[in-house]
Design a protein around this ligand. Structure first.
Ligand code: FAD
Length: 571
């Protein structure tokens, strides 16, 4: 909605669009950052290649490397996994719809095309020393490594793309007794556990209640991953396992626990209610408004938010899928640079880590900080309020909005803006009449309200890949932009930013719901649901594969499943 109206160039909606800025929002460039961004390089230094260290081979890291012009950089890549994993298909791996090896691409396959000029080291980065521009790493190859498995690398530029880890919110028992779905190994482990639960449930000598407990699958978190796993599991059970374990087919139960009021609450309401109705028809229980208090090997304890009642449910398997948090190396780095109180690393809109030089962070481990954006917007408002009355006429306000849009052409819509609070009260009074003046305090509180709702860009592959592509472009044109900066005007003065800021382009999102049905939210407020959307999902996910090899493997896995069903061996 906002997307459409911003193009109509009507001021009130420009205002709303401005409020809707999230991670793709406005940031002013401080003078010191401007200096560091231009990197005054001596001619002699230009001859030698700059040392560029990249941490991580996920969506952000590989997308950065894919188009990087390596002629001017000595590139070293560090990651504990020597492959890239196509994470959107991980839920399919949990039930054998797609095999694990079909969704991974060896990183050495990807870099061999770059004539050996990119070095890859299979190791964890344990510490970043920004003051001395060095990273400390340890190989995770356990047995029989001859020589030291620790090393350090010096860098001129560091790109942090290490992703995130699951967030347990310190809930007791979660680490010990829950499954997670972040890595390929997690998906393989879940697949084995599901089969184990069925094998246990059919053992002789068990009571009906014990069989039921073994077959109670609980998913904590009603976001896209939790919902997709529930749907995959339901299909696996109904299409394959009930035929193999007919004696217990009526005892299987799948429950999704969601602390909010609806599942898929970052999606359009229509999708959320379509999913809930479909799950109800499929017999998947959705428990909303409940929070998990602790988990043990046999029970999961929950608290109803409305009544405070605590109750216990026996389980055979629990999947914990409730959001992400920073990895230890990132937490440690955040402490060093004064960002210790944050959830993930804060960057500016050029993806530079705030508080240190020549370090960039992208993907799930970082977020673009909005505080500065808000401060700048308020400064512009105050500057326009020449008589210090605390209010602006609508004409003056219109100029302010124009000014903000001119200064920051990067103003971008945050596509989930329909979930943001309504701030039209700035423009209309309680009776719905157009206001004549806009008050500073109301303007500020509206900004804060929206800021609190639109905290950051979503932690998705789409954001990570776009950030990687953006950053590699900046690295490729670094030299030419030193003399011809391409970015918008600096907030103060007439100089320009070296590069254009990062702009996120939302291309839509899918939610596979099982039974060969999916829901999709597409740009322009389009919503599509049902069987035809599942075919759209197949074509998009096939086309997004990183190589022809994985594309072939994934498509043939889908075909194999149609013809032979899923493999239920526990290997
Ligand atoms: P990752 O892809 O997680 O990559 C991080 C990399 O860093 C990995 O190579 C890792 O091995 C490496 N690393 C970790 N620790 C270290 C260390 N100490 N030192 C060096 N390297 C390290 N997004 C979508 O847009 N659409 C979807 O449909 C979708 N579905 C998803 C389904 C599931 C089950 C999951 C888990 C995620 C899904 N996502 C989806 C989200 C998406 O996968 C993430 O947003 C994306 O992977 C983030 O990319 P990244 O590069 O930041 O992190």
């Amino acid at each position: 909605f906002i997307n459409r109206v911003i193009h109509a160039h009507s001021t009130p909606y420009k205002l709303l669009a401005l409020f809707s800025v999230s991670g793709g929002g406005l940031v002013a460039f401080s003078d010191s950052q401007a200096e560091s961004g231009r990197h005054g390089v001596e001619p002699s230094q230009k001859e030698s290649k700059k040392k560029l260290v990249v941490l991580g081979t996920g969506w952000a890291g590989t997308s950065f490397l894919k188009d990087l012009d390596i002629s001017s950089y000595d590139v070293q890549v560090v990651s504990p996994r020597n492959y890239f994993a196509f994470t959107p298909l991980l839920p399919s791996v949990t039930c054998g719809t797609v095999e694990a090896r079909s969704i991974v691409e060896p990183i050495r396959n990807m870099i061999k095309k770059r004539s050996g000029e990119i070095n890859f080291w299979e190791a964890d980065c344990l510490k970043i020393d920004a003051a001395n521009k060095r990273v400390f790493c340890q190989s995770n190859l356990d047995a029989n490594v001859v020589g030291s498995n620790e090393f350090s690398l010096e860098y001129d530029y560091l790109v942090i793309a290490v992703g995130a880890q699951v967030n347990t919110f310190n809930t007791p028992g979660v680490l010990e007794y829950c499954h997670f779905l972040k890595e390929v190994e997690d998906a393989q482990r879940i697949r084995r556990t599901v089969i184990d639960c069925f094998e246990k449930a059919v053992l002789p000598g068990l009571s009906e209640e014990e069989r039921q407990t073994n077959l109670h699958f609980i998913i904590v978190g009603g976001g896209p991953t939790g919902v997709e796993f529930a749907a995959e599991l339901h299909d696996f059970v109904q299409e394959d396992l009930v035929k193999l374990y007919p004696s217990v087919k009526d005892l299987v139960k799948i429950t999704v626990i969601q602390s909010g009021d609806h599942i898929l609450n970052t999606f359009d309401e229509r999708i959320s209610s379509f999913a809930e109705q479909k799950f109800q028809r499929d017999g998947i229980e959705v428990l909303t408004g409940s929070r998990v208090v602790n988990v043990s090997d046999k029970f999961i304890n929950m608290k109803m938010k409305s009544t405070g009642e605590v109750f216990s449910v026996p389980h055979g398997m629990v999947l914990w899928s409730t959001g992400v948090g920073a990895r230890p190396v990132v937490k440690d780095f955040m402490e060093q640079i004064g960002q210790g109180n944050r959830r993930v690393l804060a960057t500016d809109e050029w993806l530079r880590v705030k508080g240190c030089q020549d370090v960039y962070a992208l993907g799930d481990c970082a977020t673009i900080d909005q505080r500065k954006i808000m401060e700048d917007i308020l400064t512009i408002f105050k500057a326009a309020d020449k008589d210090n009355s605390g209010t602006l006429t609508m004409d003056e306000f219109e100029d302010v909005i124009e000014d903000i849009l001119v200064r920051y052409p990067q103003v971008e819509l945050y596509l989930t803006s329909k979930h943001l609070p309504d701030v039209t009260y700035l423009l209309k009074d309680a009776q719905g009449n157009e206001r004549e003046e806009v008050n500073y305090e109301e303007f500020k509180s509206a900004l804060c309200l929206v800021d609190s709702q639109a905290k950051s860009l979503p932690a998705t592959a789409q954001v990570a890949a776009q950030q990687g592509a953006y950053l590699s472009r900046c690295f490729n044109i670094r030299e030419q932009c030193e003399t011809n900066p391409e970015g918008p005007r600096l907030f103060r003065g007439s100089a320009r930013h070296q590069f254009r800021p990062f702009r996120y382009k939302h291309l839509g999102q899918f939610a596979p719901l099982g039974g060969d049905q999916a829901a999709a939210e597409l740009p322009g407020d389009w919503v599509s649901m049902g069987h035809s959307t599942q075919w759209l999902w197949y074509s998009v996910y096939a086309s997004k594969q990183v190589s022809w090899r994985t594309r072939f493997l994934v498509v043939s896995d889908w075909g194999r499943r149609y013809i032979f069903g899923r493999d239920s061996s526990r290997i």
